[in-house]
Design a protein. Sequence first.
Length: 328
Amino acid sequence: MRVLVTGGAGYIGGVVAAQLVAAGHDVVVLDDLSTGHADAVPDGADFVKGTLRDCAAEVLSDGVEAVLHFAAKSLVGESVADPARYWSGNLGPSVALLEAMREMHVRKIVFSSTAAVYGEPERTPITETDPARPTNPYGATKIAVDTTLSEFARLYGFGAISLRYFNVAGAHQGANGRWQGERHSPETHLIPNVLAAATSAQAGEGRQVKIFGDDYPTPDGTCIRDYIHVTDLADAHLRALDATRPGEHRVYNLGNGAGFSVREVIEVCREVTGADIGADVEARRPGDPAVLVASSAKIQAELGWHATRDLRAMAADAWQFTQSRRPR
Ligand SMILES: NC(=O)c1ccc[n+]([C@@H]2O[C@H](COP(=O)([O-])OP(=O)(O)OC[C@H]3O[C@@H](n4cnc5c(N)ncnc54)[C@H](O)[C@@H]3O)[C@@H](O)[C@H]2O)c1
């Protein structure tokens, strides 16, 4: 099947595109490289550099049968500072994509939503029926796209699945042996930042990891978050692609069911890297809930998916990626 991967030059889209190629699909990536990297597009995939608004219709017209939609801006802080940029950068291009799909008679879509749509949950683990009350414009734009997908399913017979997840981590080794991992700028995710501190420690420099609050009601006092390995995530996307049904928009949470504390993540990174990673405790950040963990019971029951890679695998693979990019 010819599949369009929007944002396939980014971290997750690049890994999913590689998995699709490996599974025998004919893949075309559309990415404007606003935050992505051309060399993240896997071997064997076609690449069109451009925006969804300008190029989606043309790319879709070339025999595309399904879309995996990753292209988005995804920095929570940036979305708070400049909400309009997120509405025009996330909702606008997504509607343009859906409209192009409608015109080109492409009806299957899997969308990268986010567990940020749930805001500060009343209970954990979070299930799909819990209220979506995003606490930032990033999450609000994602729930707006979810709503649009429900409407396009109802009105135009789209078969859509939204996958909602928290922190994606780890790296993926492609068929050519090359590691694909996170290259965000700025990097706001914990594991790459802890590994950057490990690199710094090995170089004899003193970069410290910041722990925002160690007085939360959790076993070690630090916040607990859900992490999922990017390869497990890619597997969920491939299952979702096969599971779309005309006229239905379904939502699935993806999580590892348990979550890990900030201190646990740092400790595992210490073990994996052998580096003496230093950590400073700072004040809590406003709006950081103690525990954010998603339930994957629905996708497990309906699509047979569950996370298979643990925190150690995420840290170890991300470390492999970090090391593969070191100058030799
Ligand atoms: N990384 C995570 O932990 C995480 C968690 C939950 C949800 N998500 C979602 O997953 C998706 C991918 O995240 P990522 O971490 O790979 O981000 P990323 O920034 O690495 O990838 C996004 C890609 O989309 C491209 N892009 C953005 N706007 C575009 C547009 N209008 N037209 C064409 N290309 C465009 C960028 O150049 C980039 O290559 C996003 O939708 C994000 O909201 C990510």
